[in-house]
Write a new protein. Structure first.
Length: 739
């Protein structure tokens, strides 16, 4: 009965083999201490297995080799010598003809072996006496390693794997797996542990037959147990290249199952969210929203109108919105968030807006309070830098419900902050936050607070499930493959249009040697009434050094541009000073702002039209795009100068060329994904817990469509199969995906 019985998944507690002191064929152990064995050793090995994430038998079964050693064939020594220098390991067998310790150029063991076809030298620079004895003259040895060509000593192997055998001993008929491991877990141990788990773990098919024969028919998936057995212990005639490239049908089955688990998990948490209740806040005419729109000094772009509609519809529903608002830097996401907040406030709820840095949070606060306070809305600011008293006051306003909109940093999610009636939480630059932080803000809605105001108190059981609507915003576009996988549980709205009247930013690459010309350029821009950002190099190794560089740059510019007002902002500045400098720059009291990457996200000063980025080659593409997005916000022609230090590395050159060629955030994200892989995109979303170990979105994206189809069918028709599959693949890790 495929697909119905969940795996019985025993803990591995007492089923592990004791650590071997050398394997049964008598291969040398790991020298002194290897024989200590017994209980202490066993539990420490288990602890290490747990660290690798190998807790259950099925986890071990799904721990797959990264490569193989071919011990299935023997080459005559002469043939092996013939292939020397190809860099490929070979295995030969021969009888020891001499065994001597030589002391020149340093102490080493030199062993010669011979067969009917030739002679070979084995050289060991570190060796135990017992090893030397094992290779006494007359012993037959099976030897595996890379041959180095000729020279004075003839062909030789340095530190080969050596095993005494009886002449003619049978060769294994399977490739030997090499597993990903950590220090302290020898391969021999892993092989035994995994082999044992494989033989005792039943692996019933989790894919129901109608799914295999229906949407997946074209894939012709191999059964999982066969695939696993093949990967752990491939027959010698296997297409080894296909195993290594992971294109073999056995790999395809594994990758498919993994992608399916991901889809099931994401879709199930999405469904679970839809089952929860949230306060419906349909848009109503004549309230704050209407007044705000009427007061806006500009018209929304078509794209903004569209996403505002999408969000309004979500918020009108009695289920929590879980929407990502994506729009390139400068596309106008803030106003969209403000409109959503108005809709919540109109319905009698509070809204919260959380941003990753104080500078950004404060800027949002200034902007939104300037928009909304004239309309009678109390907006409070909550950040770590607030004095205790101010913080208490703000928190009190939030708790009493007097503050309708709270804007801040992580301070918003501290335990001391309680909302009277939180209905909407907005997270700006969402990729900067961890899953836990976003969950915490959502959790700020007290059960009864999130219930409709007129029904508070009634039906507490249902109200306990209520969560606020959630809007996440990001300027980092998610490439399609990621959107389909890691973000499959999100509804996405895209602002694909910039407000009118923007002139595209012109990007130039400038050799660091031409710094004087750059300074001259700054001078000109300021003389024309423009403002300038000067971004200091990123120094990842040392924050102190980065600070020092920023201060030096600041002093150089102050000296070089005596008639201009230059400011400096960096991460170590006390928040109040930081805010003061930003305020001065916003108000055009400073013409030049020297900054570390603290200005990376969200800062909005339309009059700034020149951006200088020093050592641009040290920044990632996404970062450069964010930085460059600080200019080109007004109608003046804007320029971004990327200064670099020659010579550039190939990837450095590629990155900077990308920046020069395009200002399209999606295109940049796509190339970034190519250059760096998905890991960095996902940031905190998957930190520590790589959801996809086997599938590679660069090569396996085509499988995702199938996984989506199968997931949909399984979720509607085969709930037990869903459980069994998720248990097998995710075990207890699923909660990470729920945010
Ligand atoms: P981002 O999407 O990067 O967060 P912002 O919300 O900071 O962008 O908006 C960038 C700038 O564009 C702001 O100065 C904002 O007031 C302005 N803006 C937003 N929407 C429009 C619009 N429809 N027309 C003109 N200017 C707009
Ligand atoms: Mg923004």
């Amino acid at each position: 009965m495929p697909g119905t019985a969940p795996d019985p998944i025993p803990e591995t507690t007492d089923s592990l083999p004791a650590e071997p002191a050398g394997d049964k064929a008598g291969r040398p152990g790991k020298g002194p201490g290897a024989a200590k064995g017994a209980a202490g050793k066993l539990s420490s090995a288990m602890a290490r297995l747990h660290k690798l994430g190998l807790k259950r038998d099925v986890d071990m079964v799904l721990h797959l080799p990264m490569r193989y050693e071919d011990e299935t064939t023997l080459l005559p020594i002469a043939d092996a010598i013939h292939r020397a220098g190809l860099g490929l390991p070979v295995q030969v067998e021969g009888v020891v003809t001499s065994n001597a310790v030589s002391f020149r150029p340093r102490r080493q063991l030199v062993v010669k072996i011979a067969d009917d076809t030739g002679e070979l030298t084995l050289r060991f620079l570190n060796f135990y006496g017992s090893q030397a004895q094992q290779m006494a003259e007359g012993t037959c040895l099976r030897v595996r390693g890379e041959l180095r060509g000729g020279g004075f000593f003839g062909a030789e192997m340095v530190h080969p794997t050596v095993r005494p055998v009886t002449p003619g001993e049978a060769l294994p008929d399977r490739l030997t797996p090499v597993y990903p491991s950590t220090a302290g877990i020898p391969q021999t141990y892993l092989r035994k542990a995994i082999g044992g788990a494989l033989s005792r773990t039943p692996l019933p098919e989790t894919l129901p037959l109608p799914v295999l024969k229906g949407p997946l028919a074209q894939l012709k998936l191999q059964p999982l147990p066969d695939s696993l057995r093949l990967l752990h212990s491939p027959p010698q005639d296997v297409d080894e290249a296909a195993l290594i490239e992971r294109s073999h049908p056995a790999w395809q089955r594994i990758k498919f199952d993994e992608l399916l688990a991901q889809q099931l998990s994401l879709k199930r948490s999405q469904a679970a969210r839809r089952d929860k209740s949230a306060p419906p806040m349909p848009r109503r005419a004549g309230g704050l929203l209407t007044a705000f729109l009427a007061a806006l000094p500009f018209k929304l772009t078509g794209a903004q109108q569209r996403v505002v509609e999408e969000i309004a519809r979500d918020m009108g529903a009695p289920h929590p919105m879980h929407r990502l608002l994506q729009g390139d830097v400068g596309s106008g996401k803030t106003i969209v968030a403000a409109l959503a907040a108005c809709q919540a406030i109109d319905a009698g709820y509070q809204a919260a807006l959380m941003a990753p840095t104080e500078i950004l949070a404060e800027q949002h606060y200034r902007k939104l309070s300037a928009w909304l306070e004239p309309l009678g809305v109390t907006v409070v600011w909550l950040a770590g830098s607030l004095k205790a008293r101010a913080k208490r006051e703000a928190a009190a306003q939030v708790e009493s419900g007097e503050a309708k909109l709270a804007i801040g940093t992580h301070a918003l999610i501290q335990d001391s902050v309680k909302f009277a009636r939180l209905g909407l939480s907005v997270v700006d630059e969402q990729h900067r936050f961890g899953v836990a932080q976003r969950l915490a803000l959502r959790g700020k809605a007290e059960p009864d607070a999130a219930a409709p105001p007129d029904k508070a108190g009634k039906g507490a059981g249902k109200a306990a499930e209520a969560v606020p609507h959630q809007l996440m915003m990001s300027a980092t576009p998610i490439p399609r493959t990621l959107a389909m996988t890691y973000y499959a549980d999100l509804d996405v709205s895209v602002i694909d249009e910039l407000p009118p009247g923007r002139t595209p930013v012109v990007t130039r690459l400038v050799n660091d040697a031409r710094r004087d010309e750059v300074i001259e350029r700054v001078h000109h821009a300021a003389a024309d009434g423009r403002q300038v950002y000067w971004v200091c190099p990123l120094i990842e190794e040392s924050e102190a050094l980065q600070l020092q560089t920023a201060v030096e740059t600041y002093e150089t510019l102050v000296a070089a541009l005596p008639e201009l007002k230059v400011g400096l902002v960096h991460g170590r500045l006390p928040p109040a000073e930081k805010a003061a400098v930003m305020e001065d720059f916003t108000a055009n009291r400073l013409q030049v702002l020297v900054a570390t990457t603290v200005i990376e996200v969200g800062v909005d000063v339309p009059n700034a039209s020149l951006m200088v980025i020093e050592h641009a080659e040290r920044f990632g593409l996404a970062q450069l795009h964010q930085l460059r997005g600080r200019v080109g916000r007004g109608s003046a022609e804007s320029v971004c100068l990327l200064m670099y230090q020659a010579p550039l590395s190939p990837t450095g050159r590629e990155r900077l060329a990308t920046m020069r060629e395009t200002t399209d955030g999606f295109e940049i994200a796509r190339r970034d994904l190519q250059i760096r892989g998905p890991g960095e995109f996902l940031g905190a979303r998957q930190s520590g817990e790589a959801m996809l170990r086997f599938a590679d979105l660069n090569t396996d994206a085509w499988l995702v469509d199938y996984a989506q189809d199968a997931a949909e069918l399984m979720l509607t028709r085969y709930p037990e199969a869903v459980e069994a599959h998720l248990l097998r693949w995710l075990g207890g890790r699923e909660h990470f995906l729920k945010a």
